[in-house]
Design a protein around this ligand. Structure first.
Ligand SMILES: Nc1ncnc2c1ncn2[C@@H]1O[C@H](COP(=O)(O)OP(=O)(O)OP(=O)(O)O)[C@@H](O)[C@H]1O
Ligand SMILES: [Mg+2]
Length: 230
């Protein structure tokens, strides 16, 4: 497994992904290529069904392409076995989903600490990092509340803090504001924008919301499984 440090965080080359076979096959991605430069916030737009989630799953190592290559942080994902992919997801990638994905019985602080527990971080180090992250997302005063006791925007802030827990190189967010009202959505997007700068992370964010695209360093558009040139 070789790794080269480059200015490119994500490289997607001629990626194809179909679901099913024969006449019933759905060609979700049909030869997609693009780069995400290190340190940038790149938005991915496109209609429902255009292939955004399929693409994010490939970049996040949750799924493999039928054809083509995905390179993340200098690692060609096709060279990694299951445990290599698990390590990549745990150590280098933070995921944020539309549905927040928090554990209901854990407090905000405990949710943020989950990735650190999985890494068996020292408890003191873990607590300090959790405090820092909750402050970063503006929830220092809500550490003891469970997800059901937080607003949608607050829950997504906890999820962003959790995604950052292990200092990932790449943040992948799939419609992180999809369940939020417009104003709260903008606040969450602004938070993502701010953490990309302050935490020196790179982000690839799928979003439907045209008003949120203005915060991105660049916008990629998918249409029917292909990148549309602007
Ligand atoms: N597991 C699956 N099995 C079969 N077809 C699938 C599967 N997942 C996605 N598809 C199909 O692949 C295409 C792309 O889906 P995808 O979820 O990537 O779109 P999307 O851009 O994320 O849409 P949305 O904005 O609604 O989330 C769609 O036609 C979808 O029906
Ligand atoms: Mg989707």
């Amino acid at each position: 497994m070789s790794q080269v440090v480059t200015d490119t965080m994500v490289r997607v080359e001629n990626v194809h992904r179909s679901y099913g076979a024969g006449a019933a096959a759905v060609h979700a991605l049909r030869g997609v290529s693009f780069d995400v430069p290190r340190g940038e916030l790149v938005a991915l737009k496109g209609r429902s069904g255009s292939g955004k989630t399929t693409l994010l799953n490939l970049v996040g190592g949750l799924d493999a392409p039928d054809e083509g290559r995905v390179t993340v942080d200098g690692l060609d994902l096709s060279t990694l076995d299951e445990s290599g992919l698990l390590g990549l997801r745990r150590d280098r990638i933070g995921f944020v989903f539309q549905s927040f994905g928090l554990i209901p019985i854990l407090t905000a602080a405990e949710n943020v600490g989950v990735p650190l527990r999985l890494r068996r971080a020292d408890p003191r180090e873990r607590e300090e990092r959790v405090d820092l992250l909750l402050s970063l997302v503006g929830l220092a005063d809500h550490a003891a509340q469970r997800p059901g006791e937080l607003s949608g925007g607050q829950q997504q802030r906890v999820a962003i803090a959790r995604a950052l827990a292990n200092n990932p190189s790449l943040l992948i967010a799939d419609e992180p504001t999809g369940q939020l009202d417009a104003e709260t959505g903008i606040a969450v997007m602004e938070l993502l924008r701010a953490v990309v700068r302050s935490e020196r992370v790179t982000a690839l964010v799928a979003t439907h919301d045209a008003t949120l695209l203005g915060l991105a360093d660049r916008v990629l558009e998918l249409s029917d499984g292909e990148i549309v040139e602007h």
